[in-house]
Design a protein around this ligand. Structure first.
Ligand code: SF4
Length: 149
């Protein structure tokens, strides 16, 4: 029987998990090598390498493995702009709802990717138009394909 991506059981005592917040489960698919700093980009590359290699992911709330190397993170909060923290948390809530996962779910990267096409038009309408990273995401083949659907 095919396992649902959100119900894959990982042994939490022996399997280290990558913790990722909601909006990163969508936006990271369009990473193209740019970011806030060299350290941030290197961390992102490593996260994606591990995720694509099949390392388990736990859906988390608030700052995650990506945020920890971000220069705008202070005391676990996002200071990218005024009200950034509230805006990002709302984005996370929307992402997990659209993807049909919950905080604490253990998932895998390819399973999440399979869900993205069905929700992407809605996501792009709500978030991509006003996003500072839009031009970077638009360069990726994945983004181009999904936005045309
Ligand atoms: S444009 Fe912004 S909101 Fe849209 S996928 Fe890229 S990073 Fe995420």
């Amino acid at each position: 029987m095919k396992k649902d991506f959100a119900t894959i059981k990982l042994n939490k005592h022996i399997t280290p998990l990558l913790k990722l917040r909601g909006h990163h489960l969508i936006c990271l698919h369009f990473f193209s090598g740019e970011g806030y700093s060299p350290e941030f980009v290197e961390n992102l590359r490593e996260i994606l390498r591990e995720s694509e290699d099949g390392k388990g992911i736990e859906v988390c709330k608030g700052a995650d493995e990506v945020c920890k190397k971000c220069p705008y993170l202070k005391e676990e909060k996002c200071f990218y702009s005024l009200n950034a923290e509230a805006g990002i948390r709302e984005m996370d809530r929307r992402a997990v709802k659209l993807l049909g996962v919950k905080i604490g779910d253990r998932i895998n990267w390819m399973g999440i990717w399979e869900k993205v096409p069905a929700i992407f038009v809605e996501w792009a309408k709500e978030y991509c138009n006003d996003c500072d990273w839009r031009k970077v995401c638009e360069r990726t083949i994945k983004y181009k394909r999904l936005i045309k659907r």
